[in-house]
Write a protein that binds this ligand. Structure first.
Ligand code: GCW
Length: 650
């Protein structure tokens, strides 16, 4: 099948009738990229000396910072920035504004809200992608680098076009072969990738194995306070930066799901992270340390342990103890990218530590690229969430930066989504999540609807009516998926291998701390002050709200409380009827998507139409499974019939 790599939001050139020339007053790798991009983006444009119709120029404008830009339209058009990276962002924005037919009536000054706008690749050198559902890795295959630099360059272009400025290129679960990526033998290829991304203003990081000193250094320990271990890392890092002087640094998953870490040596995570920080500092490198640390061998009988508490219990006591080039990376929810999950209580509680929030573009628990799940509504809920601490601003999108001692060492990271599938993301409509992630990380004020509408316009050339149908499907899809999935924030209930489709008791007696405790009377986790006390990890105001049955939002009810099936929710329904209604409604909405999509036959390009039509059939099949299994399970447990007498299997 034709590799349709440009079949994304950059696919259509803009014809700028009167603006056929440009000047660029800047040099260097990113300036070369701009010279390459201009004719790719703008029909018939060419570079001239002195003064063109578009003047792209470096200026002194401290307020713009290192990434901001401004576009001024007069007798000529000016794109100005303090760096070539800012100029690159400016030409992509100009392209988008013209493509969207948005007139530039007044100067546009744009400075990114979030400093870190990063992607983590969970790619393995064997070519697989952990939790990847869009084909094989674009970087590796058969334990070798693919060396398909054309694809990598097109990917770098996509990322830069939506302002993404950093990425890590291998899985955070670092297996034997990826442990060797930091060795001299790998550095020429790592440099090739690094330099392609750098030419688009993107910093490259490697995920490293904390036990590397033992695995590839011949040492008997990986203790971060051991002098030989420190010397091992000094040698590795010195050689790496000699070959790749502009390298970003390391991403570390330690003491997590079997990955080695400092706990083994009786050390704290601050000891581990700061060891890397101290060595990386002189090269300008960063250590990004993940907080996904919990008891992954939990005994389901032990009701005292609550995995949801773990990140806060492990890392809040270390607040302020990390070096200024160390950044904590924290998942948006306390457990693991669930459809409905309250915010991780570390946000707002951490006051003196650089940190970034971790999203997941790949749909591990949310349909695995076979269901439509546009994620901006989730991200808006999180970024606009007020943690209600007694300081200002206590809203997440502001405190990420304000509570990080080094402002530019804060922001957002997301687990990536692209693979070798010819449209990058397997599901054509899920390209929108990659586009949306970059746009929203840059401008936290953008609405879910606006981003969806812009992506649709850039991607499809369709009538206003068809445009509306596509954006309506996108913006409602997260709610639809949540309606037919695990109810009211209880989470999981999916197949343990691996998270696609229902298996209500699949995780009930497992070691992962992911339980629902359903019995014949009721269901849910007691995380209140009478239960695991997880709720006390929030601010006083949020703790009271969640702890109190009367004020706990219905969508988190079973995350925080164990209630009977006849408990009356805030929406005035009993829990059991709410479960029945939501699961019937969720399937109906998928059915409506199918009908809406069929009305677009002949309106959309054939490939996109068939891609989504086929995947919607699969989404409908699995939605029916979720509905019938959840409804039947809880009808059998509770014995309470559906008030509307609909078909529930006895
Ligand atoms: O969501 C879980 C995934 C693991 C992943 C882990 C993590 C890379 O099931 O595949 O490992 O989280 O975030 O480290």
């Amino acid at each position: 099948m034709k590799i349709d790599r440009d079949a994304c939001w950059l696919k259509k050139k803009v014809d700028m009738f009167e603006l056929k020339t440009y000047t660029l007053k800047a040099e260097g790798p990113i300036a070369s990229t701009i010279r390459e991009e201009m004719p790719r983006l703008f029909e018939g444009i060419k570079e001239v000396n002195n003064t063109g119709a578009i003047n792209i120029e470096l200026v002194d404008d401290v307020e713009l910072g290192a990434e901001g830009f401004q576009i001024i339209k007069g007798s000529q058009m000016k794109i100005q920035a303090t760096t070539t990276k800012g100029l690159l962002y400016g030409i992509f924005k100009l392209y988008e504004l013209l493509q969207l037919n948005k007139p530039i009536e007044r100067p546009i000054r744009s400075i990114p809200d979030q400093s870190f706008r990063m992607i983590n690749h969970w790619d393995n050198m064997d070519g697989s992608i952990e939790r990847g559902y869009a084909g094989k890795s674009i970087f590796y295959n058969d334990n070798l680098f693919r060396k398909d630099y054309n694809i990598v360059r097109q990917y770098a272009r996509l990322l830069a076009s939506v302002g993404i400025n950093a990425l890590s290129i291998n899985n955070v679960n670092v297996h034997a072969i990826e442990t060797r990526l930091i060795l001299e033998e790998s550095l020429p290829e790592v440099k090739m990738l690094n330099d392609i991304f750098a030419s688009y203003g993107i910093k490259t990081f490697l995920s490293i194995n904390f036990a590397s000193p033992k695995k590839i250094g011949g040492l008997k320990t990986a203790d971060p306070l051991d002098e030989e271990v420190v010397n091992f890392w000094k040698d590795i890092i010195a050689k790496l930066y000699r070959v790749i002087p502009d390298f970003g640094g390391f991403v570390v998953k330690a003491d997590s799901e079997g990955e080695p870490g400092p706990f083994k040596y009786g050390r704290g995570h601050d000891d581990g992270a700061n060891m890397f920080g101290r060595i990386l500092k002189k090269y300008g490198g960063l250590c990004i340390w993940r907080c996904f640390v919990y008891d992954c061998i939990q005994d389901w009988r032990n009701r005292k342990i609550d995995r949801a508490r773990a990140a806060y219990d492990n890392f809040l006591p270390l607040d302020g103890k990390f070096d200024d080039n160390v950044i904590l990376q924290i998942k948006l929810g306390p457990l693991d990218f669930q459809v409905r999950e309250p915010l991780s209580p570390l946000f707002g509680a951490l006051r003196k530590t650089n940190h970034i929030i971790e999203f997941q573009l790949t749909q591990e628990y949310t349909g695995q690229q076979k269901a439509i799940y546009y994620q901006v509504p989730v991200w808006k809920e999180v970024l606009d969430f007020d943690t209600k601490y007694d300081y200002n601003p206590s809203i997440v999108k502001k405190l990420l930066k304000n509570n990080s001692p080094v402002k530019e060492h804060s922001g957002i990271c997301a687990v990536g989504v692209v693979g070798m599938d010819n449209n990058w993301t397997h599901h054509k409509l899920m390209q929108s999540n990659l586009y949306a992630y970059g746009q929203l990380a840059w401008d936290n004020q953008l609405s879910s609807e606006e981003i969806a509408s812009n992506w649709t316009t850039l991607t499809f050339s369709v009538s206003k009516e068809a445009h509306e149908k596509i954006t309506e499907i996108l913006t409602s899809s997260r709610e639809t998926y949540a309606l037919y999935n695990a109810p009211n924030g209880v989470g999981f209930m999916c197949k343990p291998n691996h998270h696609y489709g229902p298996d209500i008791d699949g995780y009930e007696y497992d070691r992962w701390g992911t339980y629902h405790f359903a019995d014949r009377e009721g269901i849910g986790n007691n995380r209140t002050v009478q239960g695991t006390k997880f709720v006390t990890q929030y601010s006083a105001a949020r703790c009271d709200e969640y702890n109190n049955l009367k004020t706990c939002p219905d969508e988190f009810l079973l995350w925080f409380h164990h209630v009977n099936y006849d408990y009356v929710l805030q929406n005035k329904k009993t829990l059991i009827q709410d479960i029945y209604d939501n699961h019937f409604l969720g399937v109906e909405r998928v059915k409506n998507y199918q009908e809406t999509w069929e009305s677009l036959e002949g309106v959309l390009d054939e490939e996109s139409y068939r891609n989504v039509k086929g995947l919607l059939q699969e989404q409908y099949r699995v939605a029916v499974e979720w509905r019938d299994q959840i409804n039947t399970y809880f009808y059998r447990k509770s014995g309470i019939p559906d008030q509307q007498g609909r078909k529930i299997y006895s």
